[in-house]
Design a protein around this ligand. Structure first.
Ligand SMILES: Cc1cc2nc3c(=O)[nH]c(=O)nc-3n(C[C@H](O)[C@H](O)[C@H](O)COP(=O)(O)O)c2cc1C
Length: 322
């Protein structure tokens, strides 16, 4: 389905998160109502140099309906090549290709990638055009940006317009400056200024941490979609709960037993999708947050290494709730 059609009504997407949004994560969030789920950022240089590890990040699992693939890099030709290969190898399950122009991590920015592209709109526009050439007419190409690079210099509205002119089908905006990383609060008015500056759809990102915030932002109607990132940690229900609130129903509570069931399902998904079980450690912290004996259980989680270890831990946590 093309993006314009997809965004005909307000949508809630799972944001790209490096080290987090693997197939297991995406499958679970889609089951709980995410309208689309992104891969983590994937290096176009990694694709160019035929790294198998890079491709592992791209391929959807057979249980996934579709995926959005996010690419990062700085060389337009590599984007063209990567987009063509992604279209060919992901096929029907490819919802769109997104270009990361938002990452603030020094080792990325130093190479002119991620948010560094916001200081080089000419190259960024070349990258959009190159990606579109590689992707062909059938696949939408979008960009994800930040408010700007350094605090006080807001680049997003003008930059987003330049990306629209280069052919981007939508722009996702995280309302923090890159120099803020994830500190402070995301400035929603900066996302709205982008919406005022462009005619393509705007996807809002930043501090979508609970269902009532997501519902409020979608209700305000300034963006066509929001991306949920950290708000999904240990809370896959954020997607369906946001819809419940949007429909005027009261907020739903998820008790400890329900959270433990979700943790178990998530860990089983890691196994069925072939992911490394080391990923389960952060999941334990996220799902147990705020529960009785959480810090003791987190400590025990650190020594878990097999599914049985985790099931024992979850069983123990269930006992504490009874
Ligand atoms: C662990 C982590 C990894 C992230 N990785 C990516 C990434 O690969 N690509 C990207 O565009 N944004 C990435 N982000 C940014 C998120 O997509 C999102 O824009 C940001 O977290 C703001 O949303 P939030 O405040 O609701 O978490 C990452 C964020 C986190 C916390």
């Amino acid at each position: 389905m093309r993006l314009a059609e997809r965004l005909a009504s307000p949508k809630i997407f799972l944001a790209p998160m490096a080290g987090v949004t693997d197939a297991a994560y995406r499958i679970l969030m889609r089951e709980h109502g995410a309208d689309l789920a992104y891969t983590e950022m994937v290096s176009v240089a990694g694709i160019h140099y035929r790294s198998d590890k890079t491709w592992e990040l791209v391929f959807p699992h057979e249980d996934e309906p579709e995926i959005a693939v996010q690419l990062f890099g700085s060389v337009p030709d590599q984007f063209e090549e990567a987009a063509a290969k992604v279209v060919e190898r992901v096929g029907e399950k490819l919802a769109l290709i997104d270009i990361n122009m938002a990452c603030p991590v020094p080792k990325v920015v130093r190479k002119g990638e991620g948010s560094a592209l916001m200081d080089d709109p000419g190259r960024a526009a070349d990258i959009v055009r190159a990606t579109k050439r590689g992707a062909g007419d059938g696949v939408d190409v979008t960009v994800k940006i930040r408010r700007g690079r350094t605090v006080g210099t807001e680049l997003a509205p003008g930059f987003a317009k330049a990306m629209e002119d280069a052919g981007a089908a939508a722009v996702a905006v995280h309302g923090r400056f890159a120099s803020e990383f994830y500190r402070g609060t995301s400035d929603w008015s900066s996302v709205e200024r982008v919406a005022d500056a462009v005619s393509i759809p705007v996807i809002g990102s930043g501090d979508m941490l609970d269902a009532s915030t997501v519902a409020r932002v979608l209700e305000e109607g300034r963006v066509k979609a929001v991306m949920v990132a950290r708000g999904s940690y240990g809370n896959p229900w954020i997607f369906e709960d946001s819809r419940t609130i949007l429909a005027g129903a009261p907020q739903v509570e998820h008790d400890g037993l329900e959270r433990l069931d979700a943790l178990e399902e998530h860990i089983r998904l890691l196994i069925s999708t072939g992911a490394h079980l080391a990923r389960a450690r952060s999941l334990v912290g996220w799902y147990l947050k705020g529960m009785p004996h959480a810090s003791e259980l987190r400590g025990k989680g650190m020594s878990c290494s097999t599914l049985d270890d985790y099931l024992e831990l979850i069983g123990f946590a269930r006992e504490q709730l009874r």
